[in-house]
Write a protein that binds this ligand. Structure first.
Ligand code: F6R
Length: 233
């Protein structure tokens, strides 16, 4: 695991942008993408660049259960607005929040099998979650339906009109799905991520209560943290 501490989120986003750009130039075809506030600037930089994803595939980490693709808070909508409108991919896959659990698990696992991820971009939750793999999620799990924890609902309610509108479930790539990526970049910006970054960077062994620690067994992980997120390491 390589940890790159940068002065602020702008520098971190620039670095991630460069790494994605180089991966594409080096032949990466399948990009694993995350939503949330952390990668927004990276997507903006990509959108404003001359990067061409028209021959690339994207697979997203997760989607809320029960939100249709055109719902303004769906991750489909987020990706469309933040990246895909400016930079269309040959094909973009995001879990379908309107499918039943059984349908979507089968569907998304097949998509991931047919489109192995070359480069996976990740954020991290304040509780150490990656994608929607909350503390206690088994490390060997593939796509699954997740009940969001209270801390994740609290963190995500800012995007909804009221807390009651935040979906309680999501479909998420599992920890084992994420570990299949060739290369992983995890971004963490801001003081609220400091404990999660400390827990990950100082982990001596995987800890089921800190899902991100699964990454210590991956051969190619780069953590890009700004000084605020790195302040406890
Ligand atoms: C989003 C995702 C989540 C976020 C995490 C951090 O697709 O999988 O794990 O990366 O919740 O969210 P932000 O970036 O909003 O702090």
């Amino acid at each position: 695991m390589e940890v790159k501490v940068v002065s602020n989120s702008e520098a971190g986003s620039q670095l991630a942008y460069e790494m994605i750009r180089h991966a594409l130039e080096d032949g990466a075809e399948v990009f694993g993408l995350a939503t949330g506030s952390t990668p927004e600037r990276v997507y903006q930089l990509l959108s404003e660049s001359d990067v061409d994803f028209s021959q690339s595939i994207s697979v997203n980490l997760d989607e809320y259960v029960g939100l249709p693709a055109d719902h303004p808070q769906s991750y489909h909508h987020y990706m469309q607005k933040k990246l895909f409108n400016a930079k269309p991919f040959k094909h973009s896959f995001i879990p379908n929040g309107m499918n039943t659990e059984a349908e979507e698990i089968e569907n998304y696992n097949q998509i991931l099998e047919e489109n192995p991820v070359d480069l996976q971009l990740l954020g991290i939750g304040t509780n150490g979650h990656i994608a929607f793999n909350e503390p206690g999620t088994p490390f060997d799990i593939l796509t699954h339906k997740v009940e969001l924890t209270e801390s994740t609902i609290q963190a995500n309610k800012r995007y909804f009109e009221s807390e009651a509108d935040v979906p309680r479930y999501a479909y998420s790539m599992g920890l084992a799905s994420i570990m299949k990526a060739d290369k992983i970049i995890l971004l963490a910006f801001g003081e609220s991520k400091a404990q999660a970054i400390k827990d990950l960077v100082t982990a001596q062994a995987v800890d089921p209560l800190i899902p991100s620690t699964v990454l210590i067994n991956h051969p190619d992980v780069t953590i890009i943290a700004d000084e605020a997120a790195a302040k406890l390491i």
